[in-house]
Ligand binder design. Sequence first.
Ligand SMILES: CC(C)(COP(=O)(O)OP(=O)(O)OC[C@H]1O[C@@H](n2cnc3c(N)ncnc32)[C@H](O)[C@@H]1OP(=O)(O)O)[C@@H](O)C(=O)NCCC(=O)NCCS
Length: 174
Amino acid sequence: MGEGAGAAGVDVIIRGARRSDALALYEIMSKPKVIWGTTVMPCTSELTAEKALGEENRHWFIATRARDGHVLGYLYLDWGHGRWRRIASLVMAIHDDAAGQGVGRMLLDKAIHVGFQYLDLQRIELEVYVDNPAAIHLYEKVGFVHEGTKRRNAIRDGVHVDGHMMAILKPLDG
Ligand SMILES: CC(C)(COP(=O)(O)OP(=O)(O)OC[C@H]1O[C@@H](n2cnc3c(N)ncnc32)[C@H](O)[C@@H]1OP(=O)(O)O)[C@@H](O)C(=O)NCCC(=O)NCCS
């Protein structure tokens, strides 16, 4: 469990996932900015969130408000099989009402640490829409590097939007 204060001073605890998080995850996945910034479907279901919680080879990080346990955001790492075992993809979202308060940064710091120091990952990669500067800025700040751009990567509100591929490698001496 990790604790700390986000940039705006909100006290945050980062913990693993619980079965009972499905409803809170569904609520975050239903927020307009989250649908805009991710590949979550509009009108997703609590069942989808529940299934996502049960995926194998996936490690969850849940950001909660320290004073009442309210779920503020989530991040998960999915690692591969065979020769991709040490490569993971990262997905994250912060509740619309909690964005811009440093919660995303805390989740990323925790996931990168656990990913490299406990899951034994060598590489963490992600895809981000090219028109999501807040996310790109945050990823660059923690060390992700732009590796290329996928054209027409995913459809959003009828438009096929390009996506940047970004990745961070475990430091060779880390
Ligand atoms: C994008 C997201 C993950 C960022 O998390 P967050 O908790 O809001 O981010 P933080 O508060 O930790 O940090 C945001 C950083 O981006 C900056 N930022 C905010 N809006 C920005 C903008 N329009 N352009 C550039 N930087 C911006 C902030 O100033 C801050 O950087 P700083 O610390 O240098 O000032 C979160 O807002 C979110 O989940 N959004 C909706 C879904 C989404 O887009 N997910 C990403 C999928 S790839």
